[in-house]
Design a protein around this ligand. Structure first.
Ligand code: SF4
Length: 133
Protein backbone atom coordinates (compact mmCIF):
# COMPACT_ATOMS: atom_id res chain seq x y z
CA UNK A 1 0.00 0.00 0.00
CA UNK A 2 2.77 2.43 0.93
CA UNK A 3 4.64 1.69 -2.29
CA UNK A 4 1.50 2.33 -4.32
CA UNK A 5 0.96 5.70 -2.66
CA UNK A 6 4.58 6.73 -3.13
CA UNK A 7 4.40 5.71 -6.79
CA UNK A 8 1.19 7.72 -7.16
CA UNK A 9 2.93 10.77 -5.68
CA UNK A 10 5.80 10.33 -8.12
CA UNK A 11 3.47 9.91 -11.10
CA UNK A 12 1.45 13.01 -10.18
CA UNK A 13 4.63 15.02 -9.76
CA UNK A 14 5.74 14.03 -13.25
CA UNK A 15 2.39 14.55 -14.94
CA UNK A 16 1.36 17.77 -13.23
CA UNK A 17 4.72 19.34 -12.47
CA UNK A 18 3.96 19.38 -8.75
CA UNK A 19 6.25 20.23 -5.87
CA UNK A 20 5.76 18.46 -2.55
CA UNK A 21 6.87 19.22 0.96
CA UNK A 22 7.04 15.65 2.22
CA UNK A 23 7.68 15.08 5.94
CA UNK A 24 8.63 11.56 7.03
CA UNK A 25 10.80 9.48 9.33
CA UNK A 26 11.24 6.67 6.81
CA UNK A 27 14.45 7.44 4.92
CA UNK A 28 13.74 4.82 2.26
CA UNK A 29 10.56 6.66 1.31
CA UNK A 30 12.29 10.04 1.53
CA UNK A 31 14.98 8.76 -0.83
CA UNK A 32 12.41 7.47 -3.30
CA UNK A 33 10.23 10.57 -3.49
CA UNK A 34 12.53 13.53 -2.80
CA UNK A 35 15.00 15.39 -4.97
CA UNK A 36 16.13 17.57 -2.06
CA UNK A 37 16.10 16.77 1.63
CA UNK A 38 16.39 18.69 4.90
CA UNK A 39 17.32 16.70 8.00
CA UNK A 40 16.05 18.15 11.28
CA UNK A 41 17.09 17.56 14.88
CA UNK A 42 15.14 19.11 17.76
CA UNK A 43 13.26 21.39 15.40
CA UNK A 44 16.23 22.79 13.50
CA UNK A 45 17.68 21.91 10.10
CA UNK A 46 21.10 20.31 10.55
CA UNK A 47 21.77 19.32 6.93
CA UNK A 48 20.14 20.04 3.61
CA UNK A 49 20.92 19.37 -0.03
CA UNK A 50 20.38 17.01 -2.94
CA UNK A 51 18.89 13.81 -1.53
CA UNK A 52 21.40 11.36 -3.02
CA UNK A 53 24.38 13.41 -1.83
CA UNK A 54 23.05 13.94 1.70
CA UNK A 55 21.92 10.36 2.25
CA UNK A 56 24.89 8.63 0.59
CA UNK A 57 27.59 10.87 2.08
CA UNK A 58 26.17 12.45 5.24
CA UNK A 59 28.16 15.45 6.48
CA UNK A 60 26.32 15.87 9.77
CA UNK A 61 26.83 13.25 12.51
CA UNK A 62 23.07 13.04 13.09
CA UNK A 63 22.39 12.34 9.40
CA UNK A 64 25.06 9.66 9.49
CA UNK A 65 23.49 8.10 12.59
CA UNK A 66 20.10 8.04 10.86
CA UNK A 67 21.57 6.30 7.84
CA UNK A 68 23.43 3.77 10.00
CA UNK A 69 20.16 2.93 11.75
CA UNK A 70 18.44 1.89 8.51
CA UNK A 71 18.08 -1.93 8.58
CA UNK A 72 19.76 -3.80 5.72
CA UNK A 73 19.45 -7.46 4.79
CA UNK A 74 22.66 -9.13 5.99
CA UNK A 75 23.30 -12.85 6.19
CA UNK A 76 23.27 -13.80 9.87
CA UNK A 77 21.64 -10.50 10.84
CA UNK A 78 23.27 -7.34 12.11
CA UNK A 79 23.18 -5.19 15.20
CA UNK A 80 22.14 -1.62 14.41
CA UNK A 81 24.12 1.12 16.14
CA UNK A 82 22.25 3.56 18.34
CA UNK A 83 23.06 7.01 19.65
CA UNK A 84 23.91 7.39 23.31
CA UNK A 85 21.43 9.12 25.59
CA UNK A 86 17.94 10.39 24.92
CA UNK A 87 16.61 13.24 22.85
CA UNK A 88 16.63 16.26 25.20
CA UNK A 89 13.39 18.09 25.81
CA UNK A 90 12.92 20.92 23.30
CA UNK A 91 11.79 22.99 26.31
CA UNK A 92 15.25 22.73 27.90
CA UNK A 93 17.58 25.61 27.11
CA UNK A 94 20.83 24.27 25.75
CA UNK A 95 24.11 25.92 24.97
CA UNK A 96 26.14 25.22 21.85
CA UNK A 97 25.18 22.61 19.29
CA UNK A 98 21.79 21.08 20.09
CA UNK A 99 23.20 17.63 19.19
CA UNK A 100 26.35 17.81 21.35
CA UNK A 101 25.08 15.57 24.18
CA UNK A 102 24.58 12.65 21.76
CA UNK A 103 27.18 13.37 19.11
CA UNK A 104 29.92 10.72 18.81
CA UNK A 105 32.44 13.27 17.48
CA UNK A 106 31.63 16.27 19.70
CA UNK A 107 34.51 18.51 20.76
CA UNK A 108 34.65 20.95 23.71
CA UNK A 109 33.78 23.90 21.47
CA UNK A 110 30.50 22.18 20.51
CA UNK A 111 29.23 22.66 24.07
CA UNK A 112 29.39 26.45 23.89
CA UNK A 113 29.28 27.48 20.21
CA UNK A 114 26.12 27.15 18.12
CA UNK A 115 27.02 25.91 14.62
CA UNK A 116 25.48 27.91 11.77
CA UNK A 117 24.45 26.31 8.50
CA UNK A 118 27.49 26.51 6.24
CA UNK A 119 27.62 25.73 2.55
CA UNK A 120 29.99 22.96 1.50
CA UNK A 121 31.73 22.68 -1.89
CA UNK A 122 29.12 20.23 -3.18
CA UNK A 123 26.31 22.74 -2.55
CA UNK A 124 24.69 21.24 0.52
CA UNK A 125 24.47 23.05 3.82
CA UNK A 126 25.38 21.60 7.21
CA UNK A 127 25.19 22.95 10.75
CA UNK A 128 28.28 21.39 12.30
CA UNK A 129 31.68 22.68 13.40
CA UNK A 130 33.30 19.43 12.22
CA UNK A 131 31.40 18.15 9.16
CA UNK A 132 32.16 14.60 8.06
CA UNK A 133 33.68 15.36 4.66
S1 SF4 B 1 28.86 20.81 16.01
FE1 SF4 B 1 29.95 19.34 17.29
S2 SF4 B 1 28.37 18.32 18.53
FE2 SF4 B 1 27.35 19.38 16.85
S3 SF4 B 1 27.13 17.82 15.30
FE3 SF4 B 1 29.02 18.91 14.85
S4 SF4 B 1 30.64 17.74 15.88
FE4 SF4 B 1 28.68 17.07 16.74
Amino acid sequence: MQAQIVNLFADLREQLGLTYLFIAHDLAVVRQISTRVAVMYLGAIVETGVTDVVLHHPAHPYTRALMQAVPRPVVGGMRLPSLKGDVPSPMTRQTGCRFHMRCPVAQPSCVTNVPALQRLDDGREVACHFPLV
